[in-house]
Design a protein around this ligand. Structure first.
Ligand SMILES: NC(=O)C1=CN([C@@H]2O[C@H](COP(=O)(O)OP(=O)(O)OC[C@H]3O[C@@H](n4cnc5c(N)ncnc54)[C@H](OP(=O)(O)O)[C@@H]3O)[C@@H](O)[C@H]2O)C=CC1
Ligand SMILES: O=C(O)CCCC(=O)O
Length: 484
């Protein structure tokens, strides 16, 4: 399949290792397909541990020189990368939609979102401030320095092939770190194109490498190589836990952005139209394949029926189709396993008494398309109360009281995002403070932006990305004790 791209050097299908664009030494490749059609798009290298180790060795050298450059120079390179990304929006969006499936309009939005992290951290690079602390005795002074952590690595998922890449590379480079990136095997082309643009922007040879191939093998090298001082991972909780275990061997710092099980709470005094719009964005963005997607919708008894009716009208009208087709709002799911998971969750719920209000089955388009779905009459016993759905299915739970909904919302090992709709300011603060999670959307279904600290608690992970907190994860604190 040929993509109609403006930049003739795209799609880039090689890896950037130690400053050179290469194929795998073994000649092995992995294939990339379009989830909308199943068509083969490209083949990218499947590299060995030795090639990853070579990238890490080059990064060690390049990082020293990069960290020594004034922050203003690092910022200028990042700013140039930001400009190049925005200039290549159409190509990047088409590559992204072709390998991931999301509607082209969402892909364009993701490119802008991805670029916003680069712009943000270009600015933050210049504001890595230390501290002076009054000494414990009259003849002592304490000075705190913030220094780059060194060579870092990132492993990213397929659901946001651009934004998860820049959200990790940009703060790393801004802080003076080097990075080895391993993107998801299903969506490597967006990452390769972004890294090609970073090279054009002036990122020095060896500082940033991108490797594709067998996750276990590459992950084993990244997590065991002592030169890697930090790993930032976005993906499933299961793999995140495994990587944390592996990183323990060399006591690497980790940032983990893992699964979620977001409650979306609608109180009786909510603006129902606004709550419905929020649910559409929060639940059905990227066909429900987002870690911050509403996973359990709790609606208070007084507005339950009105909310279900209005949401059903909106959901039944969502246009399902190929991401590149004009007007598409819901693309295909990433693969057959994702469809099977959604089907199993629905079968479990209906067997336990739930009702399908809208959708509920594979879409007539075939392939991995699934109908946008609403399920009512749901209970705590159903599997989707516990599991991340990662598909276009909204289970709606009816509740009566504030105490009950807080208990239900927190009854999960996850703690990433939560949403609540209502007008009672006192209740909003009470509930937001009691929810066990890292982020709360109040009267909004969209909480992601570069200025905010994105991240979770409990088994949803640790560390924050974006905002002024995001760069801290790439910095070490060193203190100087001065005896006068
Ligand atoms: N929190 C989030 O944002 C995300 C959550 N998920 C959840 O996880 C489920 C499964 O999705 P999936 O794509 O399989 O997520 P994974 O966690 O398996 O994949 C995420 C990234 O980790 C890599 N990876 C997988 N196994 C290892 C390993 N042993 N060592 C090192 N790296 C590894 C993958 O590489 P490769 O692609 O080569 O396998 C990919 O780059 C989804 O249904 C969803 O519930 C998924 C994606 C994002
Ligand atoms: O779902 C994810 O894997 C990442 C978060 C998407 C966002 O930034 O909104």
């Amino acid at each position: 399949m040929t993509l109609a791209l403006k930049d003739i050097s795209f799609p880039e299908t090689r890896n950037l290792i130690a400053g050179e664009w290469v194929t795998a030494q073994s000649g092995r490749t992995i294939t990339v397909t379009n989830p909308a059609t199943g068509a083969l798009i490209a083949a990218v290298p499947s590299v060995s541990c030795a090639e990853v180790a070579r990238a890490i060795a080059a990064a060690e050298i390049a990082q020293v020189a990069w960290a020594a450059r004034p922050a203003k120079e690092r910022a200028a390179v990042l700013r140039m990368w930001f400009d190049l990304i925005l200039g290549a929006t159409e190509d990047l969006a088409l590559i992204l939609t072709s390998e991931q499936g999301k509607p082209l309009s969402e892909a364009r939005g993701e490119i802008a979102y991805a670029a916003s992290y680069v712009e943000w951290f270009a600015e933050e690079a210049k504001r890595i401030y230390g501290d002076t602390i009054p000494g414990p005795t009259a003849d002592r002074r304490i000075i705190v320095l913030k220094q780059p952590i060194g060579v870092t690595a990132a492993i990213t998922p397929w659901n946001f092939p651009a934004a998860m890449v820049t959200r990790k590379i940009a703060p790393a480079l801004a802080a003076g770190c080097a990075m080895i990136l391993k993107p998801a095997s299903q969506t490597p082309l967006t990452a390769l194109a972004l890294v090609a643009l970073a090279e054009r922007a002036g990122v020095p040879a060896g500082l940033l490498s991108v490797v594709t191939g067998a996750a276990r093998e590459i992950g084993a090298e990244i997590t065991s190589n002592p030169a890697i001082r930090k790993l930032s991972f976005t993906g499933s909780t299961e793999v995140g836990k495994e990587l944390m275990r592996q990183c323990a061997g060399t006591v690497k710092r980790t940032s983990m952005e893992l699964g979620g099980n977001a409650p979306f709470i609608v109180f009786d005094d909510a603006d129902i139209e606004a709550a419905v719009e929020g649910a559409i964005i929060s639940k059905y963005r990227n066909a429900g394949q987002t870690c911050v997607c509403a996973n359990r919708l709790f609606v208070q008894a007084g507005v339950h029926d009105a909310f279900v009716r209005q949401l059903s009208e909106r959901v039944a009208a969502l246009r399902v189709g190929e991401g590149t087709a004009p007007g598409t709002e819901i693309g295909p799911l990433i693969d057959d396993a994702a469809v099977a998971k959604v089907r199993d969750l629905l079968a479990d719920a209906t067997a336990k008494g739930a009702t399908i209000a809208v959708g509920g089955k594979a879409h007539a388009l075939g392939g991995t398309y699934f109908e946008p779905t609403i399920v009512t009459g749901t209970t705590r016993e159903m599997a989707f109360f516990e599991e991340e759905i990662f598909g276009p299915v909204a289970p709606i739970f009816r509740f009566e009281t504030e105490e009950e909904v807080i208990r239900l919302a927190n009854d999960t090992p996850f703690g990433l995002a939560s949403y609540l709709y209502g007008r009672d300011v006192g209740r909003i603060f009470r509930v937001a403070e009691k929810l066990e999670c890292g982020m709360v959307g109040v009267n909004t279904g969209l909480i992601s932006n570069e200025a905010a600290p994105f991240g979770g608690i409990k088994e949803s992970g640790q560390g924050r990305e974006g905002s002024r907190y995001g760069i801290e994860d790439y910095l070490e604190v060193k203190y100087l004790c001065l005896q006068l």
